[in-house]
Design a protein around this ligand. Structure first.
Ligand SMILES: C[S@@+](CC[C@H](N)C(=O)[O-])C[C@H]1O[C@@H](n2cnc3c(N)ncnc32)[C@H](O)[C@@H]1O
Length: 225
C-alpha cells in the first residue's frame, strides 16, 4: 500500500486547523500536556518541531523561552502557523531528511515528531538523520498513538496499515490516507536498530486509565549516530 499522505493533508489542512483551534480532539488534552511535560523536564533551549501542522507546539515553546522552528510539508498548514506566530516555519518534506539533508538552522538540542510519523518504510533513516541534526547531547521525541489502538479497534495485535487516518475524528475530513500502526515490540525493534542511541518509552493515559499515546525519548550516545 502506498498512501498519498501529503495529498490528504493538503485537502484537509483547513479542517485540521479548525478542529485544533477549537480543541475538538478530546485526547489532545492529555497528549499535549504530556509532550509539554517531557520537553520541560529535559529543558532544551532550541527545538525542531517536525510535522508541526498549524504550529501549536512551536508557539508553546516560544511562551517558555525555547527557540523553536516548525517544519512541515503541507504549505497550507505552514501558512496557518505563520499567521498565528512569529516563529521560524519551514516547508520541508521528511523525504529530504531521509535523503540526508540537514535540518535548516541545525544543530537543535531537541527534535519532536508529535503525531507526525505515518510511514512503514524509511523511518529508521529518517530518525537517524534527524539525530544527526542534533547537538551531541540532543534528544529526539516521538509521540504516537498507543499500540493498544489496534485492540481497541478490534484489529489483530500486529503491525499493519490502517486505511483511514481521519476515522474517529470530528470534522468534515475527506480523502483519508493510510498510516502504519506498530506494535510496541516493533517500535522497540525499530528504535533499537538506529544504533548508538538509548531510549525510554512512556505511556500516556487518560484519567480513566485508558492508554492514549506512547512517547519515545531517544538519546544520542557518544554524540554520534
Ligand atoms: C496529525 S498532524 C500533527 C501536527 C502537529 N505535530 C500537532 O501535534 O498538532 C501530522 C502532520 O505531519 C505532517 N506531515 C506528514 N507527512 C509529512 C512529511 N512527509 N513531511 C513533513 N511533514 C509531514 C502533516 O502535514 C501534518 O501537519
Amino acid at each position: 500500500m502506498k498512501p498519498d499522505i501529503l495529498r490528504s493533508w493538503r485537502s484537509n489542512a483547513k479542517e485540521w486547523n479548525t478542529i485544533i483551534e477549537n480543541g475538538e480532539i478530546p485526547s489532545r488534552r492529555y497528549t499535549n500536556e504530556a509532550i509539554l511535560k517531557v520537553i520541560d523536564k529535559i529543558g532544551p533551549k532550541k527545538l525542531a518541531d517536525l510535522g508541526c501542522g498549524e504550529g501549536w507546539l512551536t508557539r508553546e515553546m516560544t511562551k517558555v523561552g525555547i527557540e523553536a522552528h516548525g517544519f512541515d510539508a503541507t504549505e497550507e498548514l505552514i501558512a496557518f502557523a505563520q499567521k498565528k506566530g512569529g516563529e521560524a516555519y519551514h516547508l520541508l518534506d521528511f523525504a529530504h531528511i531521509i535523503q540526508g539533508v540537514q535540518l535548516p538552522n541545525a544543530p537543535f538540542e531537541m527534535a519532536v515528531f508529535n503525531f507526525s510519523l505515518y510511514q512503514k518504510n524509511d523511518v529508521r533513516p529518517l530518525l537517524a538523520n534527524t539525530l544527526n541534526s542534533l547537538t551531541p547531547s540532543g534528544v529526539l521525541l516521538i509521540q504516537t498513538l498507543h499500540p493498544n489502538f489496534l485492540l481497541e479497534n478490534e484489529l489483530e495485535y500486529r503491525s499493519q496499515w490502517i486505511s483511514d487516518s481521519w476515522k474517529g475524528l470530528p470534522g468534515n475530513f475527506k480523502d483519508g490516507h493510510a498510516w502504519y500502526a506498530r506494535t510496541l515490540e516493533d517500535w522497540v525493534e525499530l528504535i533499537s536498530n538506529i544504533g548508538h542511541t538509548t531510549f525510554v518509552t512512556k505511556e500516556i493515559h487518560a484519567s480513566e486509565n485508558k492508554p492514549l499515546s506512547l512517547i519515545i525519548q531517544i538519546y544520542k550516545q557518544n554524540g554520534e549516530v
